[in-house]
Every structure is written in structure tokens, then in C-alpha cells.
Design a protein around this ligand. Structure first.
Ligand code: ATP
Ligand code: MG
Length: 155
């Protein structure tokens, strides 16, 4: 299917509002955002998982979701103002059952969310990576890149 990324983002943010009432999730979507090939519900699931983590591990602050075109890709980012992820853990967070130490253990979770996200994004032909400055408490950004789709010609 051709997926409207904006619709998937709005769907995820709506769910996020129910899971994290009172928290702010900002959306900014490029006006000329291209479609991708995949499944809208699964893409919304990925974005929801990232935004859910963002609110869960950041005790305060806003979460910002951006989507824009970059070359032949659509880039979706989810940025929080939380504790960040240590450089050594930036890849490990995508492992099955990996959970951070310290205070993260006090939040409910199985450690499967991000490994599922990576599987779904890869199935749609894309990549996902975690970025976080080495300085603590400077937040986390999760970046999803998906190939932009060519829309079929109108008959
Ligand atoms: P689940 O999503 O299965 O309920 P989970 O949130 O622990 O459980 P993942 O979503 O896979 O599992 O995340 C793995 C670990 O990565 C988390 O336990 C946490 O330590 C770290 N992490 C994920 N997102 C963030 C974030 N935005 N800020 C800080 N740490 C994060
Ligand atoms: Mg999670």
C-alpha cells in the first residue's frame, strides 16, 4: 500500500495522548511529504513505540516528531528532552530484550519495542538509528528513513 506518512504520525500521536495524558507531542510535517510503500498501521505502530519511549524515559519536556523528504527518502524523527542514551548503548537498544539499567528499570517494559520497530522498518526497506549527544540529559533522537514511493500514474 501507499502510506501517507502524515496520517501515520497523526494516528501515533493520538494514541500517545491517551497513553501519556498531559504530555506534549509536537508534530511538524513537510508540506510536500512523499508517500512510502508499506502498511499505515504498522508505520503508526513504529512511531507510537518511539514516542511512547520518548515520554516514558523522559520524565519531563516535550516530544517532537518531524517528517520531511531527503533525497529519495522520507525521514521521520522523534526527539525527546530526556536522559539520553549512552554512546555504547546506541546500537544495543535495538537488541531483543535489551533494557537500560538504572532508573529505566522502574518503568514497565519488556525490551522488545525497539527490536520490533527495527524489524518493521527494515521490512519496509528502511533503517532506524538512535542518536544522543555524549553529554547526559541532552535527549534522544530516533531517526527512521524509508524509501519514498513513486505514486502510480492516474489512469
Ligand atoms: P517495551 O517497549 O517492550 O515495553 P522497553 O521500552 O524497555 O520495553 P525498548 O522500547 O526496546 O524496550 O527500549 C529498550 C531500552 O532502550 C529501554 O529499556 C531504555 O533503556 C532505552 N531507551 C529507549 N528509548 C529511550 C529514550 N527515548 N530515552 C532513553 N532511553 C531509551
Ligand atoms: Mg519501549
Amino acid at each position: 500500500d501507499w502510506v501517507d506518512v502524515g496520517d501515520a504520525v497523526r494516528d501515533a500521536v493520538e494514541r500517545c495522548g491517551k497513553t501519556h495524558p498531559g504530555r506534549v507531542t509536537r508534530i511538524s510535517l513537510a508540506p510536500d511529504l512523499r508517500f512510502i510503500r508499506g502498511d499505515q498501521d504498522l508505520l503508526a505502530q513504529v512511531i507510537f513505540n518511539l514516542a511512547d519511549n520518548a515520554h516514558k524515559y523522559a520524565d519531563e519536556g516535550e516530544v517532537a516528531i518531524h517528517a520531511r523528504n531527503e533525497g529519495d527518502q522520507v525521514v521521520i524523527s522523534v526527539t525527546d528532552e530526556g536522559p539520553g542514551i549512552k554512546p555504547v548503548d546506541l546500537e544495543r537498544v535495538f537488541e531483543k530484550f535489551y533494557r537500560g539499567g538504572g532508573t529505566d528499570r522502574r518503568k514497565a517494559g519488556t525490551g522488545l519495542g525497539l527490536s520490533i520497530c527495527r524489524g518493521l522498518v527494515q521490512a519496509m526497506g528502511g533503517t532506524i538509528e538512535a542518536q544522543s549527544p555524549a553529554i547526559r540529559r541532552r535527549g534522544t533522537r530516533m531517526v527512521v528513513r524509508l524509501p519514498a514511493a513513486e505514486l502510480p500514474e492516474e489512469a
